[in-house]
Design a protein around this ligand. Structure first.
Ligand code: ATP
Ligand code: LTN
Length: 327
């Protein structure tokens, strides 16, 4: 059976980009594959975090995984820092990763531009830790949004390089990036991706936003001076709203265009707000319930870390031996 691995940083409240670009697809995979999903708190500290908020968001991210439909009995759900093998493998892989390749990572360039006061070594070596996450579990497939494509490519290069030097060790993973929904754009700057750490909350819809906020943000979403609802080049704002509407209703772009023929953007924006608010309501309720039961979440974390550690320590021991450590 194929192994799937993915993770989300508890660096902010999860938004509909994370939901449509990642979690929804994880849900589809859980029946058929051996799935491992992680809350990557070690990645989150590459930008400044308030410790108490990070801890709370780690619980909330796990609660969100479960509330969105990931069954803790069918998937391994765990917190990255609970399995020290991630950091240990990252060190070894760092010695097979070139300074030049890391310098070309667009996420590093974007985040260093945004955090000029804190361009730390962790931000630079972030993709090495991500490669360690994936390769530790010999994952075949990695379901992520389009922004992570470059990191998956790097992971593949590092795995191939390691295999060439030390003998076949790692499975070379592939990204699983469906075309629709894996690049949801900001509601205020539709040429930029929606991001949970954006300083302007009007740019995203967090999964826990109230119905009123959701409807208001969609009403204010930046579009263009055209009036007809149609998917076309240069209409980033409307294309994005159509994508979101399509993901929440299952309707094709054709159907949406027909349904809103002769109606203006105002009507369409309200309709998008309604379907998103309706779609998120059950998830919000479930997150609320789960956050009221920390002991349950801690139980899942503990069980997940034990299962993950069992797999990870085997891969790590094999690698330590290959590179010449006395084990
Ligand atoms: P941050 O702003 O803190 O960097 P982020 O919102 O970009 O966070 P990540 O934790 O980096 O989120 O990503 C979690 C998953 O969500 C990844 O698979 C990523 O590709 C996906 N993802 C993030 N943003 C979007 C988006 N706008 N559209 C679709 N998928 C997304
Ligand atoms: N870098 C990813 C989060 C992440 C991840 C992973 C995704 C960390 N480790 C392993 C898939 C597999 C991001 O979305 N920014």
């Amino acid at each position: 059976m194929k192994t799937i691995f993915s993770g989300i940083q508890p660096s902010g409240d999860l938004n509909i980009g994370n939901y449509l670009g990642a979690i929804i697809n994880w849900n589809k995979l859980q029946e058929e594959f051996n799935c491992i999903y992680c809350v990557v708190d070690m990645h989150a500290i590459t930008v400044k975090q308030v410790p108490m908020d990070l801890r709370n968001r780690t619980y909330k991210t796990l609660a969100t995984y479960i509330a969105c439909g990931l069954d803790p009995d069918k998937n391994v759900l765990f917190v990255q820092s609970h399995v020290p093998a991630h950091a240990e493998l990252a060190w070894i892989l760092g010695c097979s990763t070139m300074f030049g390749e890391l310098s070309r990572m667009t996420q590093f360039k974007d985040k260093s531009a945004k955090n000029e006061q804190n361009i730390n070594a962790g931000l630079f070596t972030y993709p090495v830790l991500m490669a360690a996450d994936i390769l530790l579990y010999q994952a075949d497939l990695v379901p992520v949004g389009q922004d992570q494509k470059q990191h998956i490519e790097l992971t593949r290069d590092v795995a191939e390089r390691f295999n060439a030097v030390y003998g076949e060790t790692f499975i070379v993973p592939e990204g699983y990036i469906p075309k629709i929904g894996t690049k949801i754009m900001s509601l205020v700057e539709p040429e930029k991706k929606m991001s949970k750490s954006d300083e302007n909350p009007n740019s995203y819809i967090a999964l826990l936003d109230s119905r009123d906020v959701i409807i208001k943000r969609f009403k204010r979403a930046v579009t263009d001076s055209d009036t007809s609802v149609r998917f076309a080049d240069g209409k980033d704002g409307i294309n994005n709203l159509m994508t979101i509407y399509s993901c929440f209703t299952g309707k094709s772009f054709d159907d949406i265009e027909k349904g809103f023929d002769g109606r203006g953007y105002g009507d369409f924006k309200s309709a998008v707000g309604e379907v998103v608010a309706d779609g998120l309501a059950p998830v919000q309720k479930k997150i609320g319930e789960l956050m009221g039961d920390k002991a349950y979440l801690e139980g899942i974390m503990k069980k997940g870390a034990e299962s993950a550690s069992r797999i990870a320590s085997k891969t790590l021991a094999k690698i330590q031996k290959r590179v010449g450590f006395v084990v």
